[in-house]
Design a protein around this ligand. Structure first.
Ligand code: P5A
Length: 445
């Protein structure tokens, strides 16, 4: 992409309405624009990162054997009356009537609708286990939408639902989701710690939230600092192996880590004092096992191996896809702007031309652009007639992890400059070497 043709409405000043750094930087980098309270348009740069995050979530869900599908955003109130949640959900649910005076709503979550699909088509235990998921817009009329995409009213969520014959199988689905979430967040350059939490309006007793530690987080968390030493890494996992998934679950949840809703002072005090931490975190996902809550209410039963009709065991599992942009920026920025982890960066590499309009410089930049593109990478080429300072400031603000700078002095010696956004360190090397280096970094992901 050439910056001269891109829509990147960067702001020089800090927008006064933004209270936290991620919101400020998303507005300044021209990623989002508020349409009304808690509702945003996704401008090209923001949309590009949203898609990258969405793709990682899709890949990891399908790696775990879960089926993508899509349900509507607008639902009829009838199913929610059947489950009892139409009244229970309260003012957070956006309700309206269609032209026939039928009660409709904008989906805040989809346990009822997926259970209705299941009961219509599945009648035998032989079709189990089954897990389906979607990545779809949700609406919750939050009392205090704030911090940009962090607590929106309209937001993008991955929501998955498992159907199993027994509690044991459903708990395997729970563990499988925990493992796949660990992989998902790590690919985004995030450490998200599973913590025991409260299930709220979704229901059930078994639930973990995934929290990214950040001072601006809305949740108060209590944990043993040893949990921050854990990482999933690139270990092999067989998602059908119950014992293996249970082992990972055990490893990542046996140390004390809880949100304030489930905090237990006595257990916390049993941690050696130097490892006790009280901090704040951003909830980027939550998994639930709620047994037969919805299958009982909506009569979703299957015939078991003994011929008897039994309600299916279920759980649901969410990732805050749009919230993740805010969480990643909170975890990865400096005073100049965003620093995207390689896994989610909107463009792989910036190209800065210090002498736009000079035939030799323009030619060198075009050649770099083509070599990077030929290797399957997406460069963002700042080909505007701007001063060097302005070009660097824009690149730093939008946070591409790598930048290649082409200047007259270097070109004379046959070199360009490769700069890491994270360390600020630069290296001079021939253009083809710079391309190779950047390609190697992304190939290793
Ligand atoms: C699990 C999937 C559920 O709704 N039903 C289907 C279950 N869980 S949840 O914890 O309530 O939401 C899942 C994740 O969505 C994100 N999230 C939000 N993101 C932005 N703005 C909001 N207002 C908002 N509310 C929830 C969180 O990351 C949450 O973990």
């Amino acid at each position: 992409m050439r910056l001269s043709r891109y829509f990147l409405p960067v702001l020089k000043e800090n927008p006064s309405e933004a209270q936290i750094v991620s919101h400020r930087l998303m507005l300044r980098a021209g990623m989002i624009k508020q349409a009304s309270a808690g509702i945003y348009s996704w401008l090209p740069l923001g949309f590009k990162v949203l898609r990258k995050i969405e793709n990682i979530v899709h890949e990891e869900q399908q790696r775990a054997g879960h089926m993508p599908m899509l349900m509507p955003t607008i639902q009829s109130a009838d199913l929610w009356r059947e489950s009892g949640r139409y009244d229970a959900y309260g003012a957070e649910m956006l309700r309206f009537k269609d032209r026939h005076e039928r009660d409709m709503l904008f989906t805040p979550t989809a346990e009822e609708l997926i259970t209705d699909i299941f009961r219509a088509h599945v009648g035998s235990y032989k079709d189990l286990p089954m897990t389906m998921y979607q990545i779809q817009w949700k609406f919750r009329d939050e009392i205090r939408p704030r911090f940009g995409v962090m607590r929106g009213r309209e937001f993008f969520m991955k929501d998955g639902y498992n159907f199993d014959l027994t509690k044991e199988d459903a708990l395997h689905a729970y563990n499988r989701h925990l493992v796949s979430y660990l992989r998902t967040y790590e690919r985004m350059g995030l450490q998200a710690i599973p913590m025991r939490a409260d299930s709220g309006p979704i229901g059930g007793d078994d639930t973990h939230e995934f929290l990214v530690l950040a001072e601006t987080g809305e949740s108060e968390v209590f944990y043993d600092s040893a949990v921050t030493d854990l990482s999933f890494g690139d270990r092999e996992i067989d998602y059908d192996d119950h014992a293996q998934c249970a082992g990972v679950m055990e490893e990542f949840t046996n140390l004390y880590a809880r949100t304030d809703e489930t905090h237990d002072e006595a257990l916390f005090n049993a941690i050696p004092e130097e490892r006790r931490r009280i901090a704040r975190g951003i909830e980027v996902g939550q998994i639930f096992y709620f047994g037969t809550k919805y299958s009982d209410a909506l009569n979703a039963v299957v015939q078991g191996p003994d011929g008897k009709q039994v309600p299916v065991h279920m759980g649901s599992h969410g990732i805050g896809v749009s919230r993740l942009l805010g969480a990643i920026i909170e975890a990865s920025h400096d005073d100049k702007g965003i620093i995207w982890p390689e896994g989610v960066t909107p463009y792989h590499c910036g190209i800065v031309n210090l002498k736009q309009g000079d035939a030799e410089e323009d030619g060198a930049c075009d050649a770099l652009y083509q070599s990077l593109t030929a290797l399957g990478l997406e460069p963002l080429y700042d080909d505007r007639n701007e001063r060097a300072g302005g070009k660097f400031a824009t690149m730093d603000l939008i946070g591409l992890p790598w930048r290649i700078t082409v200047g007259p002095r270097g070109l004379k010696n046959g070199v360009v400059e490769l700069t890491s956004r994270r360390t600020g360190q630069s290296e001079e090397l021939p253009p083809e070497e710079a391309v190779k280096r950047v390609a190697g970094i992304y190939a290793a992901l």
